[in-house]
Design a protein around this ligand. Sequence first.
Ligand SMILES: NC(=O)c1ccc[n+]([C@@H]2O[C@H](COP(=O)([O-])OP(=O)(O)OC[C@H]3O[C@@H](n4cnc5c(N)ncnc54)[C@H](OP(=O)(O)O)[C@@H]3O)[C@@H](O)[C@H]2O)c1
Length: 181
Amino acid sequence: MPGKVLMHFAMSLDGFVAGPGHDMSFLAKTTVRDGLHREYIESTGAVLAGRSGFDSAIGDSRPYGGAWQGPIFVLTHHPDDARPAEHVTFLSCPVDEALRIALDAAQGKNVEVFSPTICAQLLRLSLIDEIDVHIAPVLLGDGIRLYDALGGQPLDLRRDGDTPTRTVDLRYRPVRSTLGE
Ligand SMILES: NC(=O)c1ccc[n+]([C@@H]2O[C@H](COP(=O)([O-])OP(=O)(O)OC[C@H]3O[C@@H](n4cnc5c(N)ncnc54)[C@H](OP(=O)(O)O)[C@@H]3O)[C@@H](O)[C@H]2O)c1
């Protein structure tokens, strides 16, 4: 029985998973609830990523601060110039085939897809099972969006355990700078 295919991201309130130039520093200022990372570390069997995410963020680091060790598959059209890294396999194949390879490697655990670009492709193929998002208390204003599908059709979502059409209520206040006061 295969695990789930998760689109799993920390995201700014305005929908960015990275700032300009793949800047992920907004994450350093956030905290998560106790046990959250442990849940994902235990349920994840493989990671599927894109070449930009690998080159800019993964490289020699590993997801969850190195607390998760497992196979990482990186999609690229030119694997020849990729820098080899331990437990990382570069794939140049259709996205659904890459996902099948990752699911096989996950051995019944979940596959986390760490790329908005690849997630959008998988959503179009109805191959994403779940979207897990952790909203960071920040507006980034620019960067890489969780979901971009120019001219795309709306994709209705259902929140776990809730009325299908209910909105989620969040209330934030801007933190005012005290510089110059
Ligand atoms: N906030 C979070 O929780 C979180 C989590 C994970 C990642 N991120 C961030 O998300 C960003 C990822 O950026 P992104 O989605 O724009 O780029 P990306 O998917 O990581 O990389 C795009 C590249 O992946 C390759 N690719 C994608 N689809 C392919 C396909 N079907 N076949 C072959 N190659 C394919 C291509 O590489 P080639 O050009 O080599 O062909 C493409 O240029 C990074 O900044 C990363 O740090 C954030």
